[in-house]
Design a protein. Sequence first.
Length: 364
Amino acid sequence: MKAGIVGLPNVGKSTLFNCLSNAKAQSANFPFCTIEPNIGVVNVPDNRLTKLEELVKPERVLPATVDIVDIAGLVKGASKGEGLGNKFLANIRETDAIIHVLRCFDNDNIVHVDTTVDPVRDKETIDIELQLKDLETLDKRLERVRKTARTGNKEAQKELEVLEKVKVGLEAAISVRAIDLTDKEREEYIKPIQFITDKPVLYVCNVDENSAVTGNSYVDAVKDAVKNENAEVIILAVGTEADITELETYEERKLFLEDLGLEEPGASVLIRAAYKLLNLQTYFTAGVKEVRAWTIHIGDTAPQAAGVIHSDFEKGFIRAEVISYTDFVNYGSELKVKEAGRMRVEGKEYVVHDGDVMHFRFNV
């Protein structure tokens, strides 16, 4: 599961990527600094993992991870191949969610491709290009479905009705994710087409240091513009976050954050938000050899969760022994949880909860 960082050139995408992954993608004050997408495997900050480490004292600790992709900047006309348009659109199609970075700060030393700072205009520029590309994809699909519908095929006629509704929405500059459709319509007719504007989106307002806590008028404008999109907006001083990651000790970073009025790096907030955006959650395995956070989809069953460790675990699944994270912490150890009768035995139908501590029994 990958989240792609998108935005106009020069809004701070690569600097943000570096903060998240420490992969040191090239970032500079000129458009199209990023050409090939950079991919970083990013640890998901989770205080629960730290607490389990304190209690179990394992030999090693492995956090959950999420893939973040830094994609080339997009410009007006990208859907027709302008700039790096075709490459950009191909790269974004391969991601599962979008982190849309918007410039929400003034700085005469950093050029803007449209000369002035206006994050709502910038957002609309990218939205329109993605919508135009989706329209192109939709028209190809519509051509085939119309032919089938004319033969009297009931399923094709139903699909045609849904796709015509999507076409009206896209032509009115409404992204697919915001078009009023039922869950069934989305699952059967929309999901297989993989529209770019159907991907979930998280907006990151890149602000100056003084606006890191409270935001500014640019941020207010963005929040107003996306209020009907059911999308989260995060405020991040990306340049300042980059400075924080350069500090060598935890104490130095903590002092820097306190001076800004922040409890934790904004990058940590963003990573957790991206994890949630991808519809992911975490369960834990906890033993003296290893305490580990495992990534699964929200709604996954116990066998599916076991399969993340090894496919044989899913094939030969017998049962799961489950402890809630709260019980593990309250009682202090697996043994004490068992003695208190708080360990549960769950079967194949069990839907895993975020934070479950699990052991699997299987037979191959």
